[in-house]
Design a protein around this ligand. Sequence first.
Ligand code: SF4
Length: 231
Amino acid sequence: MIFSFSRLNLYDQCPYRFFQKYVLGKEEPMTQPLALGKAVHKAIDNKIKGIPHDQAVTNGFVEADFYHEIHYDDISDLVGRAPITVGMGETETYFKLPLSSHENAPMLQGYIDVVQPKGSIVDWKTNRIPYDVRESYQVPLYTWAISQIKNIKAVRGSYYFLRFRRESNYLFTEKEMEEARLWALNVANEINEKLDLYHFYPDKYKDIFPAKPSRFCKHCPFAANCYRKFQ
Ligand code: SF4
């Protein structure tokens, strides 16, 4: 399995939800926040590439498959709040890197919303509640990836919360980026061990990937299944 921040984070939040989605391959249904995020990201990407606002917003709406709970005006409003200029950086930058120098090291991949010429990165957020960029390992991991690719020792990473026109940014040091890499490596190794166990003992899936109830259960599409299995 190739890992991404969202895979690792989902496993961290709840191994059973991870099992349903990434081992059994069950689709999580599209939701309004997901569709809006998808549309807005596409539209901002297009605007940075020089596409006029209205066309960029339309392209975002198409990207989200005209999801019935989102509206053109909402996308347009959020996109209009992004502090962007044409050509400000490389958009949707893809990376795929081993998480250690070990021969069979797990691979981490991801897409970074914007990488600016000096290496700083930006991730657009449509969330209704802003939070600090250091609260999750997403940006620290992405800055680690950029530090590897560009061979730089400190990388600035930021979340930009469009609803609030508010940025949370931080200059990640080598030590902090290394901490994020180790978190990812440990979680990836644990998942790989669990996958091996599941291969030999498929009937033990509930012990191997246990449910971990938390505030995230509220939005979990597998809640009914989980309740039936774990009571
Ligand atoms: S309902 Fe909660 S505990 Fe159950 S799979 Fe979903 S997130 Fe995990």
